[in-house]
Design a protein around this ligand. Structure first.
Ligand SMILES: Cc1cc2nc3c(=O)[nH]c(=O)nc-3n(C[C@H](O)[C@H](O)[C@H](O)COP(=O)(O)OP(=O)(O)OC[C@H]3O[C@@H](n4cnc5c(N)ncnc54)[C@H](O)[C@@H]3O)c2cc1C
Ligand SMILES: NC(=O)c1ccc[n+]([C@@H]2O[C@H](COP(=O)([O-])OP(=O)(O)OC[C@H]3O[C@@H](n4cnc5c(N)ncnc54)[C@H](OP(=O)(O)O)[C@@H]3O)[C@@H](O)[C@H]2O)c1
Length: 446
């Protein structure tokens, strides 16, 4: 019997498990599957952990989620085609849910079957190699500190790429008297109440961590961008300045001459695609981009078609794109999709990579990833979902952010699966301090 290893039980690994389950429900004979996850439960980053640094077994904590995180994109853009928000919650819910609500949704469809039995938790994959016909996967049972090995025909890597922080150093850091941390270790914005905070970076973490600190009472928030500012209309108490030059005592000195007294520096400087467990010939080597090279259809390893990577792209689209990738990977593994010859693969990868390199703005990036996801969608039986509506929603969302970064999370959108429109949330995001599932779902009756 064909044996498949799935490494990681976050959203991508769960998409892979779900794809096989759906094929089995249709009466197809599916391979034997073993899924490994180094955490003690499923859900990947969404399985919030208070821990930072290393866990009780000495293993680095992969989790980068923080308390008070709300979805930064409309939930309608990430909805599963085979399991709508309406089905999970029994009613339409607002468009920008907090972390705990999305976690509940992600797990909803996989909890219904017996998929959990296929996952070895607290188990880190430590080595994957290929001998010309099969993969040897070595894994460590963290609780018992024992290493085992097993042989697989296919390997799906779904270990995420927002777990290993990229940590640059700036002059003066060693002598800085306050706190320096990466967003990977950020957990609770309350820590920065009444503090002057410097945030470095100009992408989603910088934007959201800075907003969190402001929302939960930081005295000031200064964002230092390196190349391009985010350029939002920041509220009083927040500003964006050009590139940190150095720290001198408790002063942050920026290259535009700006000087800011600071209690804490939060590095929102991104993450590394880090696969120390993959042998060199199988290792994806890329930065955070919309089309990492070496992956046919963004999934199949160019030099070994029995190896798949899921979710390795920079992400506008998330959960339904992961599903399209997983359904595609499943069909390659089950022989329903024949991978084309090497020259066609190279041509296809080069086409997408060169298109990506020409992208100039967010709307074009949204179009690019929507086209990619739509193409994948046509290749499997992943259920119908309105990607044109998702494209439109993403663009409206981008424009809402430009209009007002403090209010974009109060907007509502229509579901690409059921068509229902998310109701307005009972409390505007800026003053909604309690992000629990119960409070969020507790909508007043009309
Ligand atoms: C702070 C933050 C906020 C985000 N917010 C949003 C959001 O609002 N909306 C959205 O759509 N997306 C968001 N994302 C994007 C996020 O990438 C996806 O939502 C999603 O979690 C990606 O799923 P994944 O399965 O690829 O990776 P992960 O969620 O990272 O899961 C990977 C899993 O692999 C396991 N693993 C790793 N290495 C090994 C190993 N060697 N052996 C065994 N197991 C291993 C980990 O334990 C983990 O459970 C956010 C990301 C971050 C960092
Ligand atoms: N739900 C939410 O609200 C939420 C919150 C946080 C994160 N997220 C998700 O988390 C994922 C990761 O986002 P991310 O922002 O952490 O990573 P990212 O998108 O890869 O961005 C990394 C940022 O680090 C900057 N940077 C790198 N090196 C630097 C240096 N030496 N000095 C200053 N800046 C430097 C980059 O700047 P340059 O552009 O100048 O290179 C870039 O702005 C995204 O998918 C995002 O959606 C979601």
């Amino acid at each position: 019997m064909t044996k498949v290893a799935i490494i990681g039980a976050g959203p991508c690994g769960l998409s892979a498990l779900r794809s096989f389950e759906q094929a089995e429900k249709k009466g197809e004979k599916i391979p034997e599957i073993v899924c490994f996850d180094k955490q003690e439960d499923w859900g990947g980053l969404w399985n919030y952990s208070w821990r930072t640094g290393s866990d009780q077994y000495g293993d680095p904590v992969p989790n980068s989620m923080y308390r008070y995180l709300w979805s930064n994109g409309p939930k309608e853009c990430l909805e599963f085609a085979d399991y709508s928000f309406d089905e999970h919650f029994g009613k339409p819910i607002p468009s920008f849910p907090p972390r705990e609500v999305l976690y509940d949704y992600i797990l909803g469809r996989v909890k219904k079957g017996n998929l959990k039995d296929k996952i070895k938790f607290n188990t880190s994959v430590t080595n994957v190699s290929y001998d010309g016909s099969s993969f040897e996967v070595a894994y460590r049972d963290k609780k018992n500190d024992s290493i085992s090995k097993d042989v697989f025909d296919y390997v799906i890597v779904s270990t995420g790429h927002f777990s290993v922080p990229f940590i640059p150093e700036y002059p003066g850091m060693k002598a800085f008297p306050g706190r320096i941390m990466h967003s990977h270790d950020f957990r609770d914005a309350e820590e920065f109440r009444n503090k002057n905070v410097v945030v470095l970076g100009s992408s989603y973490s910088a934007e959201d961590v800075a907003l969190q600190c402001h929302k939960y009472g930081a005295k000031s928030v200064t964002i230092g961008y390196r190349h391009n500012p985010m350029g939002f209309k920041w509220p009083d108490g927040m500003k964006e300045v050009f590139h940190l030059d150095r720290l001198e005592g408790n002063k942050a000195i920026f290259k535009d001459g700006h000087v800011q007294e600071t209690d804490a520096v939060i590095l929102c400087t991104g993450y590394l695609h880090h696969f120390p467990f993959m042998s060199e010939d199988l290792k994806l080597n890329t930065g955070n981009r919309l089309y990492p090279p070496m992956l046919y259809k963004g999934v199949v390893w160019q030099n070994n078609h029995k190896l798949m990577y899921l979710g390795m792209q920079d992400q506008f689209h998330t959960f339904n794109m992961f599903d399209c990738q997983a359904w595609f990977a499943r069909d390659v593994i089950m022989g329903k999709i024949k991978v084309t010859d090497n020259s066609e693969i190279e041509k296809d990868i080069n086409k997408w990579v060169s298109l990506e390199e020409k992208l100039e703005n967010a709307d074009q990036m949204i179009d690019f990833q929507t086209e990619y996801t739509k193409e994948l969608h046509t290749l499997s039986d992943y259920p119908k979902i309105d990607f044109e509506l998702i494209r439109k929603t993403f663009k409206e969302w981008e424009h809402h952010k430009v209009e007002n970064i403090m209010t974009y999370r109060n907007k509502s959108f229509a579901s690409p699966v059921t068509g229902s429109v998310g109701p307005k949330h009972h409390t505007e995001w800026e003053i909604a301090m309690d992000d629990s599932l119960k409070t969020f779902l507790d909508q007043p009756k009309n």
